[in-house]
Structure formats: C-alpha cells, structure tokens
Design a protein around this ligand. Structure first.
Ligand code: BGC
Length: 492
C-alpha cells in the first residue's frame, strides 16, 4: 500500500477557501462553521454497531483463544485452521551459504538472494527485487501465474553478481517459498492450497501442491533451483525476526490481508500425530478465518457477499488493509442516499467498488487543519465531490469508526495469542520480555490504527503484563526468514 498523492497547496480566503488539486483549481464554500456534526442516523447507528468496549473485546479475545484450542485439537475443529508449519527448528544463526526467497501474497511478489555467513558474519549480502503481478494473472490459470514468476526469478538470478553471491560447486540453488495464503502443509517443502484470499482466484489450484506448481514452472524455464521450505509470511516474519531477537514469539501481518503465527509447545497440540511431543513448533493460525461474535454491520455483510470469497475470512475483512476503505465507501454511499451529505446527488465515483482505499482513509485521518482541507482534497480527487466542512467532519468520523474497530479487534487477536502462550509457558508472569514481530503496510503506515491496537492490548492485558510485551515493526523480514528456513532445511 503506498500513499500516493501529495498535499494540495492551500490558500485560505474569508468564508471560503481555494486550493489547487492535481486536476484543477476550485473553490469550496465552507459556510458551515459549527464544530458539531448534526444528526445523521446512518452514522449514529454505524458507530453504535461498531462499538468495541473493553468487556466485549475481552469476549472476542476469549472466543479467538477457544477457536485456537479447538483447531489444535482436531483438523477443522474451529474457525482458525491452526496449521502445522513443520518449522520445528528455528534458525540458529549458524546458517551459511547462498539461499533465495520468493514472496507471493499480494499484488507484488518479491525475490531475494541472501548470502549467509554463519554466527559471526550473519547476513553478508542480500539483494531483492519487487515485481508487480498483472491483475489478469491473479485470476488466470496456475500455469500463467507460476510461468510469470519463474521467468522473473530466472532473470533475477541471471543478474546476480558472482563476487557478492557464491553458490558452492555441485549444489543446486535452494529457495524458501513464502506463499501467503492458507495452505495445508504436508511437510516443510510441500502443501496444498486450501483457498484463495485477498482478491486472488487462480483457477484449478485449490487442493493442488503449490510447491509442485512452482518447481514445474522453474524446470520449464530451465532454472536450476528447488524449493526447500514452504512458509507462510507470518511464519517467515517470525523466523526472520527471531534470527535477530530470541524473545520473538509471535509474527503478525497487518497488510492487505492479515495473519498471526506463534511458537507453540508441541505437548499442547493434540492433533500432532508425531511420536515426539517435546519441544516447540510454529503454528500458522490463519486467524483471518475467525467469524464468531464479530460486530458485523450491514456494510460488512454486503461487502462480504460481493467478495471473491463470500462467507470466509470475516475477521480479515474487518481488520485488514484490503477492506477498510471499501467499508467506509459503503457507509458514505448510504449516507449520501439518505441525506444530502455531498449535495442532492450521489457521486458516481462513490458507487464504484473499492474506489476508496485504506491509504485514502489514512490521508484523511492525518489532516490536522481546522477546516479539514486535506480531507476536502482527497474527496475531490478520489470521489470527485466538493464537500462542505460538515460533510468532511462526518467522513472523518466514518473513517475513525472503521479504523478504531479494526485496530481494537486486531489488538484482541494479539491478546488471545499472548494469553495462550502465557498459559503454557508463564514467560511474561516471570518477567520475561515477549516480542510480537509485526509487518504489513496497514500497521506501518496508519498511526491511528496502531494506537487503537495498542490501547486494546493494554486494556485487555493490564499494564503489568503489557509492560513485558514489545510490538516490534520488522519490515520485510519474511524474505530473510524464508531464506533462513531454506538453509535450515537444506538437503545438503
Ligand atoms: C492469508 C494468510 C496470509 C495473510 C497475510 C491472508 O489472506 O490467508 O495466509 O498470511 O493474508 O498476507
């Protein structure tokens, strides 16, 4: 998610203000000077329906924790898949050699090479490239998608500088494949796609081994490389962050989609059919699938019905970046239809699904000017409406309501994980620092969302326990994590 538009140059005048937008100069009459937003039943009801007071949030955290336990007991036991990642051994720091990472999970994919130098030197060299995925490939065939990826991967390898990156003679290149969709792992280097999320819908792939798809495409393109580890981005984030900080116990993604992975004690995983029940493993919760007691409004329901995966990933649809702008758009549309929010007509752009994106909400909430000039320019640029000051205030309220609900619900999810970890390890109770490694553009770029999330964490955990928890922003660390897991699971 990138913040894409520059602030307009503002020249205030008396009773009205002029500003230049990217498209034109225009005047907005700001006759309304009152600070109070007059009654708007749609907004009032929406705010009421989205409320997340502490006792209710606690119930949400408990319900998530219950589903975590149910999912650990038996496959499909609860809303959360609680996927066994087969990552039992986390990187030790001693890894050496050249490894690659491929990160597929959004509108871009990223390839990375990492030269590891062992305990002392750690990451000797690393290089990466981000490639955007044409939208038609996100809803095309698996051959098209993986063929495209293999071609780009091959040209990345071809550009490699031999001085910086050294592949030992006789060894095949090894890759950690971060595939950020729900996958039923069958081993560390194989797994079948359960379902697509985040607007992907590549045909015929559900139930297929995603590693086989990539290996085949690499072979077709003559690329001498094999997948040694298949990891979720949450798992990659946890592994990459733990490489630098031993206290990392949780990896959370708050971006286009959302997920959380954590270090679990094998002895408390009844569905683990392995003889050894000692030690730890990483669980990929796929918490986006949580669906119980959520404060869903008519707008959430309608957005879900129109989505590519109706009825699924309902928690994700309330807390992650792909959906928050769209919820706001739907609320504003109904406000326009029932009041003269932006004048007598409903703006055409407001009827376009996903016209308003989360990055626009962020820009709107950043506005600290008295007469909300930036809000005005966003509304003009994106929705082509000239909004009165009162209308701009209402828009801010809608954004804040959606962001507050999202941030607080995300906080409740993190608390559910922390409490589960605490119950089995008593680490915070004994004063041990516990780190949540966090990645994703929503968390990174939306300060209000972050604050609401943090507030919920403290409210639910209490100040004492919360003081042992550190939320650490670990940007783009999942690629390193995947390369490290390729090293840990190397066939050589
Ligand atoms: C997927 C997860 C992924 C998350 C963040 C969700 O839609 O189901 O597997 O980790 O997005 O990328």
């Amino acid at each position: 998610m990138s913040l894409m538009f520059a602030s307009p140059v503002v020249t205030p005048t008396v009773g009205a203000f002029t500003f230049s937008s990217r498209r034109s100069n225009y005047i907005v009459m700001s006759a309304v000077r009152s600070n109070s937003t007059s009654l708007c039943p749609v907004l009032t009801k929406f705010q009421k329906d989205c409320a997340t007071p502490t006792p209710y949030l606690r119930e949400v955290a408990n319900a998530i924790a219950d589903d975590m336990r149910a999912g650990l007991a038996v496959e499909g036991g609860g809303d959360l898949d609680m996927i066994l990642s087969y990552v039992d051994a986390l990187p030790s720091g001693n890894e050496e050699g050249l490894f690659y990472a491929l990160d597929l999970g959004g509108t871009n994919f990223r390839v990375r090479s990492v030269q590891l130098g062992g305990e002392k030197e750690r990451v000797v060299a690393t290089e990466s490239e981000q490639i955007s995925i044409p939208h038609k490939l996100m809803i095309g065939t698996s051959e098209e998608l993986f063929g495209f990826i293999a071609t780009k991967l091959a040209s990345f390898v071809a550009k490699e500088k031999p001085g910086r990156f050294r592949l030992e003679q006789g060894k095949e290149r090894e890759l950690g494949f971060t595939f950020s969709f729900p996958v039923k792992q069958t081993s560390i280097d194989s797994g079948t796609l359960i379902k697509w999320t985040k607007g992907f819908n590549v045909s015929g792939m559900e139930g297929k081994n995603v590693v086989a798809c990539l290996n085949e495409a690499m072979a077709v393109h003559g690329l001498d490389m094999r997948v040694s580890a298949l990891v979720n981005d949450g798992v990659g984030t946890l592994a990459g962050a733990k490489y630098w900080d031993e206290d990392v116990m949780v990896g959370v993604i708050l971006g286009t989609g959302t997920n959380a992975c954590y270090v679990e004690q094998k002895r408390v995983i009844p569905k683990l059919q392995s003889k050894s029940s000692s030690g730890t493993t990483i669980i990929n919760t796929e918490w986006g699938g949580f669906s119980k007691i959520l404060p869903r409004t008519i707008f959430d329901r309608e957005m879900d019905e129109k989505s590519l995966n109706p009825g699924e990933h309902l928690y994700e649809k309330m807390i992650s970046g792909m959906y928050l702008g769209e919820i706001v758009r739907r609320v504003l549309l109904q406000m326009c239809e029932t009041t003269d929010l932006f004048g007598p007509f409903v703006p055409v752009k407001l009827s376009t699904p996903f016209a308003l994106r989360t990055e626009h909400l962020c820009k709107i909430q950043e506005d600290k000017t008295d007469d909300l000039q930036i809000v005005g320019s966003v509304l003009y640029d994106i929705l082509e409406v000239e909004a009165s000051l009162e209308a701009r205030r209402r828009v801010v309220e809608v954004c804040d309501t959606v962001i507050k609900r999202g941030g607080r619900l995300a906080g409740a999810g993190i608390v559910a994980l922390l409490q589960k970890i605490e119950k089995d390890t008593k680490r915070m109770g004994s004063g041990k620092r516990t780190v949540v490694a966090m990645d994703g553009a929503l968390y990174e770029k939306y300060p209000q969302y972050r604050e609401y999330m943090q507030d919920a964490l403290v409210e639910l955990l209490g100040h004492k326990l919360a003081s042992y928890v550190a939320i650490k922003h670990t940007k783009d660390v999942s690629g390193l994590g995947a390369a490290l897991l390729a090293a840990t699971n190397s066939i050589y």
